[in-house]
Design a protein around this ligand. Structure first.
Ligand code: NCD
Ligand code: ZN
Ligand code: ZN
Length: 406
């Protein structure tokens, strides 16, 4: 699974099944050109874009429009998520036919562009998605619990990061994961738990797997490597993200879950926002999320260097598992050598400090600011073409392609 080239390991291009590219609608936050440039330098050759754009990716025309916007700008290959809501059940199958790579269900959203469907609609949606053969990624948090808790926090005048954490009562995650696992079992739909951050949800995922539910799960570098104790060092509200980075102790359980297979893969939840939206006094007015697609491989290779996981295991988590779960294996995520290969040549000795100001992404605020990393993608090859080298993009926009040409 890992071969050596001139003494340097060659691994498959990584996949990120959780990227918020922001176009159409929020080009001031990120564009397809900047997000895919960030991916290319980060060793990520395939991204899946989330549907909370404006307009949201909620019907076949929106899927086609997004692919048309993305194609000419893209530096890496991309898939597009279709939104799952109460009002667009009849659009699910047409979205699949128009080229959607997967579906995204927000069970936990206060974004009016992508509201949470009621449970009846969720059941219907999963039955319909099952027929498409595609997987449904789920933001699993119980919205009524979150909204109730959030309103209490606001009424009490609490607007710090700890208030945001308290809003995220553990049970809001555990209940939503439990519920969607049950619905998946009932409907036979393949689901994927997004950005798992909570140690209490892990036994629920493990139990569903033992029952044979078609469930996979991801976590992100910030949940593995940071805790609330890092909030001050990150500065301002840089650490604000949904779901929140938790108290110390959760990360350890997430690592164990990566090692025992309860969590299948690493994604980034790349969610860029302009600096002025990140550094606001009130937590409730601070946009949640930060860029990640550019730093994920560097951060995880640093853990490889520290002996926390093997390079082979990292390749399984970042390349093989997402490709298998989302039906792309072995076209993506496998170590194929040839003219059509997505490959990353690693420089395991490269040491560098993370500086948001140097990012390709328009999102320059990262809670990893100032962190030393060891190892990076020295060269990123997309279908045989070198698209990035030593932190610079070298292939023109338009080198990337839609994974599912309509
Ligand atoms: C995401 C975003 O900004 O689009 N933010 C985040 O904090 N993760 C939304 C999401 O993934 O729920
Ligand atoms: Zn989410
Ligand atoms: Zn997200």
């Amino acid at each position: 699974r890992v071969i050596e080239a001139g003494g340097r390991p060659l691994i498959p291009g990584a996949l990120d099944v959780h990227t918020h590219v922001r176009e159409p609608g929020f080009s001031h936050k990120e564009t397809w050109a900047t997000a895919t440039a960030a991916a290319a330098v980060g060793g990520v050759t395939t991204i899946f874009d989330m549907p909370n754009t404006d307009p949201p990716t909620a019907n076949a025309a929106a899927v086609r429009e997004k692919i048309a916007i993305a194609g000419p700008q893209a530096h890496v290959d991309f898939g597009v998520y279709g939104y799952v809501g109460e009002a667009n059940l009849a659009d699910l199958q047409p979205m699949a036919e128009a080229g959607a790579s997967a579906f995204k269900l927000f069970l936990g959203s206060d974004n009016p562009l992508v509201p949470c469907p009621n449970d009846g609609a969720v059941l219907d949606a999963l039955a319909l998605i099952r027929e498409t053969g595609l997987r449904c990624t789920v933001h699993a948090e119980n919205t009524p619990i979150l909204n109730w808790r959030g309103a209490q926090m606001k009424a009490a005048g609490r607007d710090d990061l700890a208030a945001h954490l308290a809003q995220h009562a553990d049970i809001a995650t555990v209940e939503a994961v439990q519920r969607i696992a049950l619905f998946a079992e009932w409907t036979g739909c393949k689901i994927h738990i997004a950005h798992e951050n909570c140690r209490h949800a892990l036994p629920v995922i493990a139990a569903a797997k033992r029952r044979g539910v078609a469930i996979t799960a991801e976590t992100c570098p910030h949940y593995l490597l940071l805790s609330m104790d890092d909030a001050e060092r990150a500065g301002g509200n840089a650490l604000r993200v949904k779901p929140p980075v938790r108290e110390a102790g959760h990360a350890e359980a997430l690592w164990a879950a990566l090692l025992d297979g309860t969590i299948d893969m690493i994604s980034t939840d790349h969610a860029p926002h302009p600096v002025e939206e990140k550094h606001r006094a009130s937590i409730w007015e601070t946009s949640p999320g930060f860029p990640g697609v550019e730093t994920s491989m560097r951060l995880m290779l640093t853990e490889v260097a520290a002996g926390r996981l093997t390079l082979q295991h990292y390749v399984r988590l970042a390349c093989e598992a997402p490709a298998r779960a989302f039906g792309l294996w072995p076209r993506k995520g496998a170590l194929l050598v040839g003219t059509d290969a997505d490959l990353v040549l690693l420089d395991l000795d490269h040491r560098e400090t993370i500086r948001g100001a140097t990012f390709q992404s328009k999102g320059k605020v990262t809670p990893f600011e100032g962190r030393e990393t060891e190892g990076r993608a020295a060269m990123t090859f997309l279908r045989g073409t070198c698209v990035a080298q030593d932190g610079e993009v070298i292939a023109p926009p338009g080198t990337g392609r839609s994974l599912q040409p309509p």
